[in-house]
Ligand binder design. Sequence first.
Ligand code: FAD
Length: 531
Amino acid sequence: MITNVPVIPESAPFNPQQRAWLNGFFAAILSGQSQSPIAGGSMPATSPPAIAAEEDFPWHDSTLPIAERLTLAEGKPIERQLMAAMAQLDCGACGYLCQTYSEAIARGEEKDLTRCSPGGNDTAKALKQLLSINNSKPAPATNGHAKGTNGHAAPAPQKYSRTSPFAAKLISNERLTQIDAPKDTRHVVIDLLDSGIAYQAGDSLGILPVNCPELVKEVLQQLGASGDEPVKNISGETRRIADVLANEVTLARSRPDLLELLAKHAQVPGERETLAAAVAEGGSELLGYDLAELLAKFPSARPSLDDFLAALTRLQPRLYSISSSQLANPKQVTLTVGVVKYESQGRWKHGVASHFLGVRSLPGDDVRVFVQPSPKFRLPSDPTTPVIMVGPGTGIAPFRAFLQERQALGLKGPAWLFFGNQHFDYDFLYRDELSLWLDQGVLSRLDLAFSRDQAEKLYVQHKMLDNAADLWQWLQQGAHFFVCGDAKKMAADVDQVLQAIVMTQGGKTAAEAKQYVAQMAKDKRYHKDVY
Ligand SMILES: Cc1cc2nc3c(=O)[nH]c(=O)nc-3n(C[C@H](O)[C@H](O)[C@H](O)COP(=O)(O)OP(=O)(O)OC[C@H]3O[C@@H](n4cnc5c(N)ncnc54)[C@H](O)[C@@H]3O)c2cc1C
């Protein structure tokens, strides 16, 4: 049944013309219309289909339940089945992406099956089960990297890894945003010294953060420990408790095993009951407490230090898209880090790694790093191939690396960047550099969307719509399309608008437009680095 319910709500940040145009597009998709849509169409009263799905990995969709994902991967090689068990967020919490974590397990290089924190116990159990079905014999992984490298050489084996990082030195972490800007984004420069670490534009850098010293101090106080007590760390080695708390375990949020342990040790009945109830309901809001807050709330619950540490999870590395080219500076790597800050339990909290890198670390401090290659996120090997880059906010990082690389190589092929943020005056990242690259022809076109500089919100996908005819022409000329940044909203919106442009400008049906974009991905012309 077709109803007159528009897909794009009135509150969505599109102007009336764009809203009408997109409504027409979605109406055509949902009604199976065979011609390009007419603006102002309608849609059935159902949700829009998930059109941003990854072609090659149908299970790579975090909205699918784990059972369904595993079914979709049945009959595939073990590394793909393992991948289907992950939470599909590519959040980097495990120190890998969903695909690379599963490949590392399949190759037998990664033994820890509990690193997928968003997937939790369900993922860990499924991984264990899949491996035991596979007779506990890890199969050699076929990661497809060689064919996904845009003609570049396959990545060289890395000397340093998440389990064996290199102690690099921080050079600087200056603000890119104005001091009074709502967002705090830092340009982080790291000295790779004589490590010999090699990376390519498009790769990410893994960072092993250090927990906030004040939080470590508070936890020690709550435990009644001085910091020098010898304890067993997660790997069973003996260390000072202060060092383990600083470098090895997650302190920023709680977990069910810890609540259960505290419930067992609580001396005061009220505390015991609250904890037992929280355990029964799967953790409740207590899981959002940091460990100092949790211990302060239950002062009678004090297990032994070793038992306490055994109930914690390992502090995971975070990934950051590299924003420099090694051709410009062989011994340095730069990152573009958005410092995470939020209020919880009545106090300000910071993201562990972004605050460590962007604010707490001082020039000369150690930063433990490793390179996470992204062989599918590379500039095309033919420099005359046009590239379209969509990178709002910190999503600009890999594109700065691409442009720096093109500058270093003296390349001037067609390159079009869509950048956006909240305010032109406060958070136009790398403004001077981008202007220079435009002047030099390293960048041929720059479109900007500052969402809060006018009454109606303006995002990069709106600028794509405004330039639909040109964008279609670039695609027809074989352009590679790159998108980097927010996975939850931006990447899906950009994907939908890309399909809308193919449909309307290319005179295609909705199904043909979807197929065209899927084919771009298959042809390695559509690259995503989203988180
Ligand atoms: C491939 C890849 C590339 C990436 N590239 C970049 C990059 O170039 N630049 C960049 O800045 N980041 C990038 N990231 C993200 C980065 O890895 C980290 O996830 C990010 O910096 C947050 O880590 P953190 O340790 O600072 O925060 P964490 O300590 O992990 O805290 C984040 C958590 O805090 C909680 N939280 C956040 N806000 C709130 C709130 N308002 N209320 C309650 N809870 C909240 C949420 O639970 C959230 O998951 C990338 C990620 C991947 C996977």
